[in-house]
Design a protein around this ligand. Structure first.
Ligand code: MF3
Ligand code: CO
Ligand code: CO
Length: 259
């Protein structure tokens, strides 16, 4: 079990892939409207990544995953598969998760979008809590802290808002590999003894539900849904641990001065 420490040259390349991934999320925002289908959103992202960014959508063909981005609507927790019959409607919430492969390195990020101007208070609070739980975790990151403090911080915050944290899926080290060690749990777990070190790069990507934390895999083999059919929200950033604390490699312009 090895956690790779990245050097400056590698960090530069990871940072580039990360920035490309966040630019896809910025680019797609204006297309998210009632009546568009998720396959159209997938295709717009795909074309942008290939033709404009000259990069690769890492999920396409990954272990057989069929799409260029993951689009997870309402009670879909993660790994949703876009479909032309899936039309967005007013009040829907969705996560778009983009992983870019460029110059042999990966960058991974996701965020929530809401469809139309009307959105229920509860959906709004769910999305905000997912985002804030990620920011709270980011804000404690510095060399020397135990890895499991990340999950502890997220769980404590999410449960204080009476939402639940999904257990089955976690964040991950990233770099030359899409998924590498360590696993980043989003809930409190036993102390592995792992301490954060400068040069570690990993994602934090809490999935939180309005109802219970239980989820199930649907029969397409990918789409994960909440068992109790309540809404789920997720935000994801790729983070570099540095000497002072950390750097959010997938930061978007809208987040400058907000974290
Ligand atoms: N981007 C997802 C993550 O955050 C992984 C998607 S894998 C896929 O780790 F195969 F579902 F695309
Ligand atoms: Co990830
Ligand atoms: Co992701």
């Amino acid at each position: 079990m090895t956690i790779l420490i990245k050097n400056d040259k590698e960090i530069k390349k990871i940072n580039k892939s990360c920035q490309l991934a966040s630019e896809v999320l910025e680019m797609i925002k204006k297309y998210i409207k009632p009546g568009i289908n998720t396959e159209q959103l997938n295709n717009i992202c795909h074309d942008y990544i290939i033709n404009v960014q000259k990069a690769k959508p890492a999920t396409l063909g990954y272990k057989g995953y069929p799409k260029s981005v993951c689009i997870s609507v309402n009670d879909v927790v993660c790994h949703g598969i876009s479909n032309e019959r899936e039309l967005l409607k007013y009040g829907d919430i969705l996560n778009i998760d983009v992983t870019i492969f460029h110059n042999n390195y990966y960058g991974d990020t996701s965020k929530m979008f809401v469809v139309g101007d009307y959105i229920s208070k509860e959906s709004k609070l769910l999305c905000l809590t997912a985002k804030k739980s990620l920011y709270k975790a980011i804000n404690i990151i510095k060399p020397g802290i135990p890895l499991n403090l990340i999950g502890k911080t997220i769980q404590q915050y999410v449960e204080s808002k009476n939402f639940s944290v999904v257990r089955q899926y976690c964040g991950h080290g990233i770099g030359k590999n899409f998924h590498e060690e360590p696993q980043i749990l989003h809930y409190d777990s036993y102390d592995t003894g792992i301490l954060l070190k400068p040069g570690m790069v990993f994602t934090i990507e809490p999935m939180i539900n309005i109802g219970k934390h239980h989820v199930y895999l649907t029969n397409d083999g990918w789409t994960v849904k909440t068992k109790d059919k309540t809404l789920s929200a997720q935000y994801e950033h790729t983070i570099l641990v540095n000497n002072n604390g950390c750097k959010i490699l997938t930061i978007r312009k809208e987040e400058y001065n907000k974290i």
